[in-house]
Design a protein around this ligand. Structure first.
Ligand SMILES: Cc1cc2nc3c(=O)[nH]c(=O)nc-3n(C[C@H](O)[C@H](O)[C@H](O)COP(=O)(O)O)c2cc1C
Length: 400
């Protein structure tokens, strides 16, 4: 008799999608698009590395349906204009060996960089380094159809699943947050109103995509900022999502708002959201995944074995070692985690972004820079891509 370790047993999602094991490459904005919203050959190579490394599914972070509200100029943008050949190459590479490739549908809202778009959120914001306009009611009401159309493009362009990004301080997370959502209409106020837009989007997307296309939502357990989305309200969102047709909830936390701490910038000192996941379990029958802090095979296995989670999301560990799932299955070592003495805000995330670029270019780790050095390097890369983006997408709306 052969015994499959629980981490490598398959998982069947409600729509019939089968994950070949319990390890998912969590959404990361890889900054590898060509600045015109299309994938590059380097990006396809990176997703092939992850597929060959044995993950059950890879989620491409921050794929946009509306270029005016992108998170970064390396994002993919889906539409009639998309380069079908480049997307086919990406899809083929990412689906190698039975791995699934999902697109995370984003909208940066108030966090849209003004150099490439128009920051707009649930409510107007005037903070140091952050100004945003409030979305009008017709603009909010147009979003479900827009997300649904983007999800259809995702299917057409080769995604086997989509994830709606409602975490980390971007648009749908801004709507969920009492701190950023001060609306007086039916999208603001109590949590039932603040989650209305997310639920409308979920319903529109589910009604539009094929039943065989997996649908997931990434949700914050907590924004981890004073006055932001708190666990009690997040649990209400979990209970409401349970009544929809989604296939998985991916639990995360933190936000990229200036001054707050983002999950990707924190030290990975063990899984972050297990306590919330255990409580969420009592509010939903949906499969639960959590992303954040996993470094060791034992931690991942324990979370599946004790029933807290159905799948483990790994982001930075798979940048350190894209072959980690196969390595773990063969009884190999945990990844060697870098230690940074000190790092400016965003420095650790930039360090991992630069690592992805090196992996995509040559399959190796690239130069060993400090977080400060990589932040500087990434800012230059961002500026160069922004120039291409503006020429492609901005008429007069973007600030130079
Ligand atoms: C370079 C980088 C880019 C990221 N981009 C995204 C993104 O586009 N969407 C998202 O939901 N999370 C994004 N994240 C957050 C990760 O998905 C994950 O939630 C976080 O890194 C914590 O997980 P980890 O400890 O396994 O790295 C990003 C993380 C990193 C390091």
């Amino acid at each position: 008799m052969t015994c499959t370790p629980i981490l490598f047993s398959p998982l069947d999602l409600p729509n019939g999608t089968r994950l070949k094991n319990r390890i998912v490459k969590s959404a990361m904005s890889d900054a590898l698009g060509n600045g015109r919203g299309d994938p590059t050959a380097a990006q396809a190579r990176l997703y092939r590395l992850w597929a060959e490394g044995g993950v059950a599914a890879s989620i491409i972070g921050e794929v946009q349906g509306d270029a005016r509200f992108a998170e970064a100029p390396g994002n993919l943008v889906l539409g009639e204009h998309s380069d079908t050949g480049a997307f086919a190459a990406l899809s083929q590479a990412g689906h190698m060996g039975g791995t699934l490739l999902w697109f995370q549908l984003g909208h940066a809202g108030a966090l849209t960089p003004p150099t490439i778009g128009t920051p707009k959120g649930p409510s107007a914001l005037e903070l140091p380094g952050l100004r945003a306009q409030a979305m009008s009611l017709p603009e909010v009401r147009a979003l479900p159809a827009r997300f649904a159309a983007t999800a259809r493009h995702a299917e057409r362009l080769g995604a086997s699943g989509v994830q709606i990004h409602a975490a980390h301080g971007f648009l749908l997370s801004q709507f969920l947050s009492p701190l950023f959502n001060r609306r007086g209409d039916s999208y603001g106020g109590g949590i039932a109103n603040r989650m209305r837009l997310l639920l409308d989007i979920v319903e529109a997307v589910r009604a539009t995509i094929r039943p065989t296309t997996a649908l997931s939502v990434k949700l914050n357990a907590s924004d981890q900022v004073d006055g932001g989305l708190a666990p009690m309200d997040a649990l209400e969102v979990v209970a409401a999502l349970d009544r929809t047709g989604i296939d998985m909830i991916d639990i995360s936390g933190g936000t990229y708002f200036p001054g707050a701490k983002a999950a990707s910038d924190r030290p990975a000192s063990g899984p972050y959201f297990l306590e919330f996941a255990a409580t969420a379990r009592r509010r939903t029958r949906l499969p639960l995944m959590a992303t954040g802090g996993f470094r060791q095979r034992q931690e991942a296995e324990d979370a599946i074995r004790d029933g807290t989670l159905d799948a483990i999301g790994l982001a930075r560990a798979l940048v350190l070692d894209p072959g980690l799932p196969s390595q773990w299955q063969a009884g190999g070592a945990d990844p060697d985690w870098p230690r940074f003495a000190a790092s400016p805000p965003g420095g650790v995330t930039a360090w991992f972004t630069q690592r992805m670029a090196a992996l995509a270019a040559n399959g190796d780790a690239g130069p060993n820079l400090t977080p400060e050095e990589t932040l500087c390097h990434e800012q230059k890369r961002h500026a160069a891509l922004s120039r291409i983006w503006r020429a492609r997408f901005c008429q007069s709306a973007c600030r130079r």
